[in-house]
Design a protein around this ligand. Structure first.
Ligand code: ADP
Length: 277
């Protein structure tokens, strides 16, 4: 299977994470083997984002979900680094505020979805409302279980209005999570990321895996597909995501808008200005 189809969850598929290898590298031997390609993809991504901004007809929503330590921040850095901040932003979602909780759960999400011409990367998303909320019973089962259909309807609304949606689950295993927690402990530049809940949440690993399996199985649609990215190797994760993003954006058929002025006339003006210098 080729990009961008690789790792995509076809609608209707019942996902079993235990059947997916988070160490998977495919044909890519090691980081040095993909370095040149990655540089080219990063450059191409910047060009495509510029094209989207110039065309200003559609938008692109990239959703990132993962367990703690799964690499969301690293992916954000990697994906967004090449893009122009004028047209591409990152939107994190933390524990909802009192005001957010006083509204429906999609209220805080909808207002930060990308406007035409823009790329927005969600670092966590509305899926938290069927993940952490489900795992910790923050609302009753009859409430969270109705949310999959609501999310599909919401994403269809966005898609019908010109927002292209792509969702990545960065899949690491429990061993890799612990290794990354250890790095955080030992690296003063990473210690600030350590949270009290890191180890507590780890105790709910299986419940999270089940919740992810349900969310991905029920909400991978033609309009807004989920991709499960083997993410134990950061370089593999980055190259996979870059390939998928580039292939997806290239398939959108975007075009620069026609100039709003008569170019021949402007050219004449330019030459006249040059001669009378
Ligand atoms: P991050 O881990 O994303 O870098 P934090 O350490 O601040 O940032 O964690 C954000 C926390 O907010 C996570 O524990 C996440 O589960 C929680 N969260 C996000 N959305 C919701 C939600 N809708 N309901 C409850 N908790 C949420």
């Amino acid at each position: 299977m080729k990009y961008p189809d690789m790792f995509r969850v076809e609608p209707g598929t019942r996902v079993k994470l235990s059947q997916i290898d988070p160490d998977y590298k495919g044909d890519d031997k090691d980081q040095s083997a993909v370095q040149d390609e990655l540089a080219k993809l990063t450059k191409r991504l910047a060009e495509l984002q510029y094209l989207m901004y110039a065309e200003c007809k559609r938008s692109f929503l990239i959703v990132l979900q993962a367990v703690d330590g799964g690499g969301k921040d690293g992916t954000v850095n990697h994906v967004i680094a090449s893009m122009n901040p004028q047209g591409a932003t990152v939107q994190p979602f933390k524990v909802p505020s009192a005001e957010e909780l006083a509204h429906d759960y999609l209220w805080r999400i909808h207002k930060v979805t990308p406007a035409k011409g823009r790329v927005v990367v969600f670092n966590r998303s509305h899926y938290e409302d069927v993940l952490v909320v489900r795992v910790h019973g923050l609302v009753p089962p009859e409430v969270w279980s109705g949310r999959y259909d609501e999310i599909n309807a919401f994403e269809k609304l966005l898609s019908d209005n010109g927002t292209h949606i792509i969702k990545f689950f960065l899949y690491i295993d429990k061993k890799e999570q612990l290794a990354r927690f250890k790095q955080r402990l030992e690296d003063p530049a990473k210690q600030w990321k350590i949270s009290e809940s890191d180890y507590k949440e780890r105790e709910f690993w299986d419940a999270y895996q089940n919740a992810y399996e349900d969310a991905i199985s029920k909400c991978s649609t033609a309009d807004a597909p989920w991709y499960i990215i083997p993410a134990n190797h950061k370089w593999c994760r980055n190259v996979a995501i870059s390939r998928i993003l580039v292939a997806t954006m290239e398939s959108m058929g975007m075009q620069f808008p026609a100039p709003s002025v008569n170019i021949e006339e402007i050219r004449r003006q330019y030459h006249a200005a040059k001669e009378s210098r």
